[in-house]
Design a protein around this ligand. Structure first.
Ligand SMILES: Cc1ncc(COP(=O)(O)O)c(C=O)c1O
Length: 404
């Protein structure tokens, strides 16, 4: 056991549960889309805390909201309500299909609430047999036992004992398979309107429309998990707004707080009424600090300037990645929407996405992976153009090292 006061990566291994294996370096400071580690080495941040830091690090509007609220009121519990929570809920409902909001602390919790609400809605309206939940292979919905079971990657849900039942999966974009499985016993279909963790996979618009139609046909709820795609990430406040298909329930987290933990479930009045007082809750859900920060993030993100800027930056990234590929031929596909982008490696580099991540970090650019063969980019929605250029120049040096 280490006994010094030095905080380093070795101490992590001594004191932390080993469910994570973080990078060797420890970041200590961030500003905009730049981050510095303990040694003073600087990085361009294309990871954005996995699609969380939508306004980069320490955005002045967020710092202001947090410090102002921090000097006023920190926590009440849900025995009392608070002004920031009500204001944020009003903004979210004004900007979306939703009429009601439930606040949580994370994406998984927002999804847990969505799934429980769907089951309760179905029980109240149609009886206990209507309990089937259908989701999609490679989908990701969080790490609680219910959400990991609904997620379409069995590796994450196996080995913990009996799973919650009546959860089934079909392939994403396979409407025929979904249709075969659906019936009056289907309570809800849960999907990401672009699979993030599963490899940055876009849905066909017709598929999404077909899912909506099947849900309508069988009186099932459509739940969109917009934890990763939401809050400006794809160039609209929520991705559904560009698909032309509205869900019945939507979950949002990650970028909602821009780095402060918060999640939310959005739905209609008619559905929301099935979560009566006492049916569900959370000590911290709707915490005033979290809601004050999220409100500040909302005011910046939900503007034409930022949302149109996301589309411009998408093109900058895609063009630059294509240029890198023209030289080194490492990607078989460059895809995604807005600033949720993926570059899938060719057969020659299959399974090696993490090597690219590590090489990029060595060169001073933070990127992510989405599965073994896809490099993922989820930077700040307002990342300056010169940071995109500099970060990709560093990334190209990493690619050259591995493929040159
Ligand atoms: C689509 C989606 N849903 C849910 C989650 C879980 O969110 P959290 O880690 O905040 O619980 C994630 C996290 O990556 C996600 O991408």
């Amino acid at each position: 056991m280490t006994t010094t006061n030095k905080v380093d990566r070795a101490l992590f291994d001594d004191v932390m549960v080993p469910n994570y294996n973080p990078a060797k370096m420890i970041p200590v400071k961030g500003e905009g889309s730049r981050v510095w580690d303990q040694e003073g080495k600087e990085y361009v941040d294309f990871a954005g805390g996995i699609a969380v830091n939508c306004l980069g690090h320490c955005h002045p509007a967020m710092v202001k909201a947090l410090t102002e609220q921090g000097n006023k009121l920190w926590h009440l519990s849900n025995v009392f309500t608070n002004e920031p929570a009500i204001r944020l809920a009003k903004k979210l409902t004004d900007a979306t299909f939703a009429e009601r909001v439930y606040f949580a602390n994370s994406g998984a919790e927002a999804n847990e609430a969505a799934l429980k609400l769907a089951r309760r809605w179905a029980l109240d309206k149609f009886g206990p047999d209507k309990n089937q939940i259908i989701a999609f292979n490679k989908g990701f919905h969080g790490r609680t036992f219910f959400t990991v079971t609904v997620g379409g990657q069995p590796a994450y849900s196996e080995g913990f004992g009996p799973k919650p039942g009546a959860v089934e999966h079909v392939d994403y974009n396979d409407l025929a398979a979904l249709e075969k499985l659906m019936s009056e016993q289907t309570c809800a279909v849960m999907m990401e309107p672009l699979q993030g963790e599963g490899g940055v996979i876009s849905p066909d618009v017709d598929f999404v429309k077909g899912v909506r139609a099947l849900c309508d046909k069988y009186n099932a709820l459509l739940i969109f998990d917009e934890v990763q795609t939401g809050f400006g990430r794809t160039g609209s406040l929520y991705a559904y707004q560009q698909l032309g298909v509205a869900p019945d329930i939507l979950s949002t987290a990650k970028a909602l707080g821009g780095g402060f933990p918060i999640g939310a479930m959005l739905t209609t009045t008619e559905i929301a009424q099935h979560l009566k007082p006492g049916t569900h809750g959370s000590t911290y859900g709707g915490n005033p600090l979290a809601c004050a920060v999220a409100e500040a993030v909302f005011d910046v993100v939900n503007t034409n300037d930022v949302l149109e800027g996301v589309k411009k930056r998408e093109q900058l990234f895609k063009d630059a990645l294509q240029k890198i590929n023209d030289k080194y031929n490492v990607f078989k596909d460059i895809r995604g929407k807005g600033l949720l982008l993926g570059a899938e490696l060719t057969e020659q580099f299959e399974g090696k996405a993490r090597d690219f991540l590590n090489a990029a970090a060595d060169e001073g650019t933070m990127v992510l992976v989405a599965g073994p063969s896809v490099i993922r980019f989820t930077p700040s929605l307002i990342i300056p153009e010169q940071d995109i250029v500099e970060g990709l120049a560093r990334f190209e040096r990493a690619v050259a090292k591995l493929a040159g």
